[in-house]
Design a binder for this molecule. Structure first.
Ligand code: LLP
Length: 436
């Protein structure tokens, strides 16, 4: 779906911009975000849910995938709300102009300050545990908040799916959400606390999921819980099916497309409600990776080469696990291109290494590319999700810049960090500055 092509100079072009020129202008490494790809994914979700469900729908951009002013503003301009998972993500979404009425606050350990912040700005709080519920009820009783705060309950649905164990969340042994065994108790608590507005129910089963069935199963579980809530005289009105739709990183990945996936979920949920004579709740879905993942690439500059005869050739680039921690964390796989020689024959199989002081800092263990030389521009595709948002300053590398490209125009959306940024929060105690 990336609007990528090759120009007459044999350079990769994204969003109408020559990637080699972008690196010359904005430096390296560089995240390049393609606006049309991002917007297209948003529209596919919004339109399909609207057309297929038959009731109210809301798509939230799971901003943890790439939270920044520009990405929140883009999602908002497409009519999406924003899923935030910390005070910092909430702050950014608000600063991007997203109204709190379209922000949902997640997290398994929101601090008292974060809860107060959420109450002050009046976003919806997705409660994850008893401590939060007790704190929320106490705050709402103590303070006159005008309107009762909107609260959703996150439950662990007990649904297994095939993805990396670190990013599975739906199985019962998960740190997230309430144990469904406690649902009757939760409903009693909710009835006893009318000072909170009990909006609905939430569940999320995991990320980078290719099968459709676990999400369909989840719809049924959610509808059964909704029915129980309504029978217990809690007129809940929203169901949030979470996110999780996977994307293609390598050729053999075969995820479902957004539209058929969204349609299947919409139909399944509306049928399940109709079968039980339940008025349709608002259907909420919160994808992150499938919106922003395919929309960005990272461009690096090629540096040193080391060949170990009979074993392998390492080609090092000017970034690595600090701008993309996914390979070292999840053994995530990616696809690479040589952006300045797109038409050259791919005859070399090399290992693309990062520049960090760590042997495991390998971005691609075996990439087949044209023979790479120093200063070539190497692009790794589909790095929009969980790259910048998980980036670090390991080895005191400065975090890369990011540009938004569209129809031949490039706009800076993240400034490259400077060395001064790196020490901006360091404090040197006076006694350490004294010389003997
Ligand atoms: N909703 C909730 C409650 C979530 O926890 C997540 C992701 C999402 C929505 C969005 O899921 P998505 O549509 O992006 O799959 N760092 C890992 C992924 C962690 C996912 C965390 N939660 C990675 O790089 O693969």
């Amino acid at each position: 779906p990336l609007t990528a092509e090759t120009n007459s100079r044999g350079h990769l072009v994204i969003g109408g911009c020559d990637v080699v020129e972008l690196v010359a202008q904005f430096g390296s490494p560089l995240y390049i975000l393609d606006e049309i790809t991002f917007r297209t994914a948003c529209r596919q979700y919004v339109d399909t849910f609207q057309h297929s469900y038959g009731g109210d729908t809301l798509v939230l951009y799971a901003s943890k995938a790439w939270n920044s002013l520009a990405t929140c503003a883009l999602a908002h301009s497409e009519g999406l709300g924003i899923d935030v998972a910390s005070g910092g993500e909430l702050y950014t979404a608000l600063a991007a102009g997203v109204p709190a009425s379209k922000i949902y606050f997640h997290g398994n350990n929101k601090s008292p300050q974060e809860l107060l912040y959420a109450l002050e700005v009046n976003c919806t709080i997705v409660a994850d545990n008893w401590l939060e519920l007790e704190r929320l009820a106490a705050y709402a009783e103590e303070h006159d908040l005008g309107m009762p705060p909107r609260v959703m309950l996150r439950l662990t649905p007990g649904i297994e799916c095939h993805t990396h164990e670190y990013i599975r969340t739906g199985h019962l042994d998960s740190k997230f959400g309430f144990d469904p065994q406690q649902f009757p108790e939760l409903l009693r608590f909710a009835r006893a606390h009318p000072e909170l507005d009990w909006v609905g129910l939430h569940a999320h089963i995991g990320s980078q999921i290719f099968e459709q069935q676990p999400h369909l199963d989840l719809c049924i579980v959610l509808v059964e819980w909704l029915q129980a809530a309504r029978e217990a005289m809690l007129p809940m009105r929203e169901l949030n099916v979470g996110g999780g739709l996977g994307i293609r990183y390598i050729e053999t990945d075969n995820p479902p497309a957004i539209a058929p996936w969204s349609k299947a979920i919409s139909h399944h949920l509306s049928h399940a409600c109709r079968d039980r004579n339940l008025a349709l709740p608002k259907l909420i879905c919160e994808p992150g990776r499938s919106i922003v993942g395919p929309a960005a690439v990272t461009a690096y500059t090629v540096g040193s080469r080391k060949t170990i005869p009979g074993l392998r050739t390492y080609i090092a680039v000017d970034g690595g696990m600090s701008d993309n921690p996914r390979p070292i964390t999840y053994q995530a796989q990616y696809t690479a291109l040589c952006a300045n020689r797109m038409t050259a024959a791919a005859t070399d199989t090399v290992c693309i290494a990062g520049k960090h002081c760590e042997s495991g800092d390998i971005l691609l263990p075996a990439a087949t590319l044209p023979p790479l030389q120093p200063n070539d521009i190497l692009v790794i595709a589909s790095t929009g999700a969980y790259n910048y948002s998980m980036a670090s300053n390991y080895n005191r590398l400065t975090r890369p810049a990011a540009v938004l490209v569209c129809e031949g125009e490039a706009n800076l959306i993240l400034q490259r960090e400077t060395y001064a940024d790196l020490t901006a929060h360091d404090v040197l105690p006076l006694r350490l500055t004294l010389t003997t």
